[in-house]
Design a protein around this ligand. Structure first.
Ligand code: PRP
Length: 482
């Protein structure tokens, strides 16, 4: 009777020994890879692949967004695409212990509340998951997860291996040059490790450029984290939509379309279906022409080389503007009867508007100004506040004054900056609001005019620095340079 048991023990020991050898090999090779000149992404891919091969599991590195709330798959080996694109996870709810620096084993994913998408795990055939936190600069930045097809009690040996691989990933991040911290002293969120590690291969050049623009304005993004099923035949998904970007800080998706305007019907149809099927999802579609116009504002893209030849049409006369400004000033005077607000203007387009507005406001106030750098194409690093406020805004009522809000990208950055200075209240007043071009949904408290989808100049607004001194607001005749 003892013989087979003894045999079994030897076999087990042999098995553990083999496993130990495989783990040792994966650990030592991963450490070795840290000293190579490869890019971070290549190093991480290698480490994840080694972890998967040694453990006979699918393995994924998930990273947390800068706000510490959302987790997404970053580099995976052996995971099916639908599992990777199932959407971002809540960092607190998805094996939340890992955020609190604990390696966690889940033996039966179907019956464990810490698994957010159990149906997807079932579909992928995963029964057990082991997760270990990845720590960088004393913060949990994500976790490495092992997905096992069998119902499996992870041993101490497995746990130690997961923890070692997580530590090696942390070390890989340490090999990064320290470019991930913001260049100015804004308390806007530090650029996340997510984008540093991603080094995505984009499907199209316009996506690369758009990611750069988002990076410039310190807007965190995740590339294609979720595919939305749109149509089914029985259990089988027959149509899907995978938006290009997810912005975790704003909880919204952005789809860039590079197709000619005449060919976007299918995409529009998909978007309509997505909005019907997933009414809670916020998504913006940026058409090719809109995107070109957005880039031209920064002097880049195909429309950059254009010139304005006079004014085609006056949109708001000096009289219309004066009337509207007076009405905004009355509203502001009523809303801040006794708290002496600070009006902060954003250089330079605000100049006429702010000058007229403050002269109509009937309560005591302070004024201050800010200037920020603008995106200028592929060599741009990150937005900088080139002139910050002189006044202390903590505890004060702040009213940000803009000439125009278009995509909302500039305003989003400025509001993050101002919020970090703890004002008592923070509101926005803009003369012009071009809602149709909005990408980032921001509440605006005082709006002069809601603009149609037209580029305008005058009363402070320019086209390549021309026409700021016009007393009215008009639409310039823009022509492509010969
Ligand atoms: O909503 P957005 O798409 O970010 O655009 C709005 C920004 O554009 C304008 O500035 P501009 O870049 O024209 O500089 P200027 O004020 O110096 O004219 C305006 O003053 C806003 O700051």
């Amino acid at each position: 009777m003892t013989y087979p048991i003894c045999h079994f023990t030897i076999a087990l020991r042999e098995c553990a020994l083999n496993k130990e050898r495989a783990f040792y090999k994966a650990v030592s090779r991963s450490i070795h890879s840290l000293n190579t000149p490869a890019e971070l992404k290549a190093k991480l891919e290698g480490i994840i692949r080694l972890a998967a091969r040694a453990s006979h599991c699918a393995v994924s590195l998930l990273l947390i967004d800068a706000a510490g709330q959302k987790l997404s798959h970053n580099i995976s080996f052996g995971l099916p695409q639908f599992y990777i694109h199932k959407g971002v996870l809540s960092a607190a709810d998805s094996i939340g212990e890992t955020v609190n620096i604990q390696t966690t084993a889940i033996t039966d994913v179907q019956n464990d509340h810490r698994i957010q998408f159990p149906q997807m795990a079932l579909k992928a055939g995963f029964s057990s998951i082991l997760g270990s936190p990845v720590i960088y600069q004393e913060k949990v930045i994500g976790s490495i997860r092992f997905y096992c097809k069998d119902f499996y009690e992870f041993s101490q040996q497995d746990i130690t291996f997961a923890e070692n691989m997580a530590r090696i990933i942390s070390l890989a991040f340490c090999t990064l040059p320290t470019t991930t911290t913001p260049v100015d002293n804004t308390a806007s969120m530090p650029a996340s490790n997510l984008k540093t590690a991603q080094n995505i291969t984009f499907a199209h050049q316009s996506e690369t450029e758009f990611a750069r623009l988002l990076d410039f304005y310190n807007i965190e993004w995740i590339y294609e984290p979720r595919s939305f099923p749109l149509d089914w035949e029985g259990e089988l998904v027959t149509e899907m939509f995978t938006p290009d970007f997810y912005l975790p800080g704003l909880d919204m998706y952005i789809e860039l379309t590079t197709l000619k305007q005449s060919l976007v019907t299918t995409k529009n149809h998909k978007l309509k279906m997505l909005r019907e099927l997933y009414p809670d999802i916020k998504i913006s579609l940026l058409y090719k022409n809109d995107y070109a116009r957005l880039l031209s504002k920064y002097g880049c893209g195909p429309l950059a080389q254009t010139r304005a030849h006079g004014i085609d049409r006056v949109l708001y006369t000096a009289g219309d503007i004066a009337e509207r400004v007076a009405s905004l000033a009355r509203q502001i005077s009523d809303d801040y009867p006794d708290n002496r607000p600070i009006l902060i203007g954003v250089q330079r387009g605000f100049i006429c508007f702010m000058a007229d507005l403050i002269r109509q406001i009937a309560i005591p106030l302070d004024i201050d100004f800010m200037t920020i750098s603008y995106y200028s194409g592929s060599n741009a690093s990150m937005v900088r506040i080139t002139k910050d406020m002189d006044l202390e805004v903590a505890g004060r009522d702040v009213l940000l004054v803009e000439d125009i809000v278009d995509t909302g990208i500039t305003l989003n950055y400025l509001l993050n900056h101002l919020r970090s200075k703890n004002p008592a209240s923070l509101k926005v007043c803009t003369l012009l609001d071009r809602k149709v071009r909005r990408l980032i949904d921001i509440n605006i408290d005082y709006v002069g005019f809601e603009l149609p989808d037209e580029f305008v100049v005058g009363y402070g607004l320019d086209y390549h620095e021309e026409y700021r001194n016009l007393p009215f607001i008009g639409i310039p005749g823009i022509k492509q340079n010969p």
